[in-house]
Ligand binder design. Structure first.
Ligand SMILES: *Cc1c(COP(=O)(O)O)cnc(C)c1O
Length: 399
């Protein structure tokens, strides 16, 4: 590497360290469960995994992946339209569409790719995409790409502010297509998009709605079918994108679910689909088994919410002020980034692995530790984590 480049990067890395925002990677040496083996630490309780239902280590999910490895081999060795489409992809895509309540779906190697494959593909210069200000980075980049590549227009509304969304829709009256794009569950706040109001506005202003339900799939609704099920609106959302890397087995992969025509159009035109390898079959099979397992075990979703309710209540009872909400994402706001990172380090010393987030992932002055609860946590896991919070909270003068 050229010395000048190396020096520039080293100086920036030094600044990250000074600012207290440098991220150290922790290496795990066991499956992603409620407790994991962390290199150099031994067993720790995880409070920052997206493994909401504990499916990543369910024997049936692992066995399905192994069987697919034997049946289909290690890789697809191609993109979908050349020779990378396997029967397991069709089975998975049918199951995913059924799960989220649409006609069809299409998988990608990540939800990041699913999002990036959406806006630049279906929009043009006559169209406007209207986005919640707290949307996930992959939605933001999808919109940036679409603006750069197909010159679509864009607008951003204040977080879950329906008046502002309406203003933006009014301003976009003359556009050919108005696309409202929102997270289903906002990952840093743990709050749920106001989907009934969004759909009502979409109806009134002739817009279509896309929901990225990465933190909603497997999590929200009585049977885990997502934000739409939570509100009794299954089948009413035009486009749903989501991940297979969170509740649905946690391996990797993402998908777009919508009408048969829109999905066929993505098969024809979506660039991450045309120019990047298909989802590995073993991953597809584990994800498919995760969907089937979820359909057979809705009690997992109930347990997830029971655990989340308990943890939120108990944090509050101990003097913390977690953000209120109905999801298993439970952020405790601390203010300065360095403080959040410090708290997460102190919690790790107490055997609890929970990540601190600061600027620019969350707004300046709103750094936080973000707890995420799983159906796999036992009461014992949660109580032990709460005891660690109390110990560290007292040391930091938070409670
Ligand atoms: C995690 C997440 C993603 C990224 O999912 P991958 O499948 O890991 O790329 C996209 N959107 C949202 C809202 C997420 O929370």
């Amino acid at each position: 590497m050229k010395a000048s480049v190396e020096q520039r990067l080293a100086a920036e890395l030094e600044q990250f360290r000074k600012d207290g925002v440098y991220k150290r990677l922790n290496y795990l040496d066991s499956p992603q469960g409620p407790r994991v083996k962390m290199e150099g630490r031994g067993e720790v309780i995880i409070l920052s995994s997206n493994n909401y239902l504990g499916l990543s280590s369910v024997p049936e999910v692992i066995a399905a992946g192994k069987a697919a490895l034997d049946r289909f081999g290690a890789g697809t060795a191609s993109v979908r339209f050349i020779c990378g489409t396997f029967t397991i992809h069709r089975e998975l895509e049918q199951a995913l569409a059924e799960l989220v309540g649409t006609e069809a779906s299409l998988t990608y190697v990540s939800c990041w790719n699913a999002n990036e494959g959406l806006c630049p593909t279906i929009l043009g210069p006559e169209d406007v995409v209207i986005s919640d200000e707290l949307n996930h980075a992959s939605i933001i980049d999808s919109i940036r790409l679409a603006k750069g590549i197909v010159k679509c227009q864009s607008a951003v509304y204040r977080h879950s502010d329906m008046k502002d969304l309406e203003e933006k829709l009014k301003a976009a009256r003359s556009a050919r297509t108005r696309l409202i794009f929102t997270d289903g569950v906002f990952s840093m706040e743990g709050d749920i998009a106001k989907l009934p109001d969004i759909l009502e506005l979409a109806e009134r202003y002739d817009a279509i709605v896309a929901v990225d339900d990465s933190h909603g799939t497997g999590v929200l609704g009585a049977t885990g079918r997502g934000t739409a099920e939570h509100y009794g609106l299954l089948g009413k959302v035009d486009i749903i994108t989501s991940t297979l890397g969170k509740a649905l087995g946690g391996a990797a992969g993402g998908f777009t679910a919508s009408s048969a025509a829109l999905i066929d159009y993505l098969v024809q035109r979506s660039r991450p689909q045309l120019f990047s390898n298909a989802l590995p079959c073993t991953v597809a099979a584990s994800a498919l088994e995760s969907v089937r397992y979820l359909r057979k075990h809705p009690e997992l979703v109930a347990r997830l919410h029971e655990n989340a309710r308990y943890f939120r209540e108990q944090l509050t009872a101990r003097g913390f002020k977690p953000l209120p909400g109905d999801t298993p994402i439970i952020p405790v706001i601390l203010g300065e980034t360095a403080k959040a990172i410090r708290m997460s380090e102190m919690l790790l010393d107490e055997g609890v692995f929970v990540t601190g987030f600061g600027y620019p992932v969350v707004p300046q002055g709103q750094a936080r530790v973000r707890c995420q609860i799983s159906a796999a946590h036992t009461r014992d896991d949660l109580d032990q984590a709460l005891a660690a919070f109390v110990k560290v909270g007292k040391k930091l003068g938070l409670i």
